[in-house]
Design a protein around this ligand. Sequence first.
Ligand code: GLN
Length: 208
Amino acid sequence: MGGSQAPIGVLALQGDVAEHRRMLESLGAPVVEIRQCKDVTGIAGLVIPGGESTVMDKLTRIFGLYAPLRDLIAQGMPVLGTCAGMIMLADRLDDAISGQQTLGGLDVTVKRNAFGSQKESFDVALNVDDIDGGPVDVSFIRAPIVTHVGAGVRVLATLPTGEVVACEGENILALAFHPEVTGDTRLHERFLDIVAREQFQADIHCES
Ligand code: GLN
């Protein structure tokens, strides 16, 4: 991969930014951390990490990232969202807190904190459609689930108990869990395949 390759942006306001950065760089992808609008210029795709969606939502608005990111996602920028990142990509939430917005882009409804306290965090080996080489080791940490999947969105993985925990829209890969914590690179590779296919380059105008 050449040095002129457009970087992947990792939204770096809050959450497990370093884990995603490490994973992407281990796969040869250049990374830029996104903290303000001007960081977004030229990115080929975006990763929205796990963390806390209510906080991430507030911070994207405070730092002037909400509208640019929402618009770029609507234009087809490739995005990988994990956990809180999946929540940020959902067009609808079952249980948003008062005033909570999402960036949207994926025609799904998501329920936050869908697992009770007993199962709040757990690791599983999950079968994911189109991912070769056996189940993917992933961590669920105060994870959401997808409660409604719109037309044009594909379910990629469900738990043995039936909950939808991974799905894919046109250019969006949304995961309820954290592959970046367990170190299995296959879902990040799938995202980088979407990035390579799309050849997107974010072209935006930032105020001041
Ligand atoms: N429960 C968190 C939220 O609502 C997500 C947790 C996570 O990203 N690990 O955003």
